[in-house]
Design a protein around this ligand. Structure first.
Ligand code: SF4
Length: 255
């Protein structure tokens, strides 16, 4: 019988997975169009042919990567799995749009932790990107140039996750709200150093404690920007603290 969650379209606890209990409680194939588009070629030319492309043993074949952001030629590029981010960004997507160097990139959609220029030679395969601390995810590669405000970027992504949370489980529903509030305070230069601990605490109380993977995904932008660009958070908070000190200082002793 279909669950209440299924009727409402809310995520349900897995297992069982759709492969055994999917639509009408029957075994169901759930694949995106990119995967299905490969099937005629695999059937026609054989699985060995497909497996010979890419980065065996696990990341074989080609993949469509959607490159967006501060590159000269944003677009969808189908490349063999295993090419490097450097090749994708600088050869296929034409490189950076201006003379500003690369600052950051998201390797696989909003759910994937940010990577840095030191990861440019990481291969675009599942294993290599995971070893670098992120994931290939949807294949959406967002490129950001030097000068991008990483705290603001993390806030924009967090606002997306807050908006998209279905609200079924408390850590995701309440946690995403608190994360957005805290991030907005920091970006508006009203934050405190304590907020950084609060952010990490909130993320840890969401990750691994939700019904679906959305909760885990939602903490990636904040956790990865705190890991790679923590000084940007600290600068915003220090500016907030300085502004508060000036306000508190009696008019007569200002210099
Ligand atoms: S993690 Fe978020 S999106 Fe997933 S079921 Fe819980 S509230 Fe809904």
């Amino acid at each position: 019988m279909e669950s209440l969650e299924g009727k409402r379209g809310l995520p349900r606890i897995k297992p069982p997975f759709p492969a055994t209990h999917g639509l009408y409680n029957k075994p169901t194939v759930v694949n995106n169009i990119e995967t299905l588009a490969n099937l005629p070629y695999i059937v026609g030319r054989g699985p060995e042919w497909f497996a010979s492309i890419g980065s065996p043993p696990k990341s074989t074949g080609t993949r469509v990567f959607c490159v967006s952001g501060h590159v000269k030629q944003p677009g969808n590029y189908e490349v063999p799995m295993g090419v490097t981010f450097r090749e994708l960004i600088y050869e296929h997507a034409g490189g950076m749009r201006s003379d500003k160097p690369l600052k950051a990139f998201i390797p696989g959609g909003a759910s994937a932790p940010f990577l840095t220029p030191s990861h440019l030679d990481v291969k675009l395969d599942f294993e290599s990107v995971a070893a670098a601390g992120s994931m290939l995810g949807s294949g959406g590669v967002t490129v950001m140039e030097e000068g991008t405000d990483m705290v603001w970027a993390a806030l924009r992504l967090m606002e997306f996750f807050y908006h998209e949370s279905c609200g079924k489980c408390s850590p995701c529903r309440e946690g995403s709200s608190w994360l957005v509030q805290t991030m907005r305070r920091i970006v508006a230069k009203r934050g405190q150093m304590q907020d950084l601990e609060t952010l990490v605490d909130l993320c840890k109380n969401i990750e691994g404690r939700t019904v679906c993977a959305f909760g885990d995904a939602s903490v990636a932008p904040i956790m990865s920007t705190l890991k790679h660009w923590r000084p940007e958070y600290v600068t915003l908070i220090q500016e907030a603290e300085s502004a508060n000190l000036i306000k508190l200082e009696p008019a007569g002793v200002r210099h």
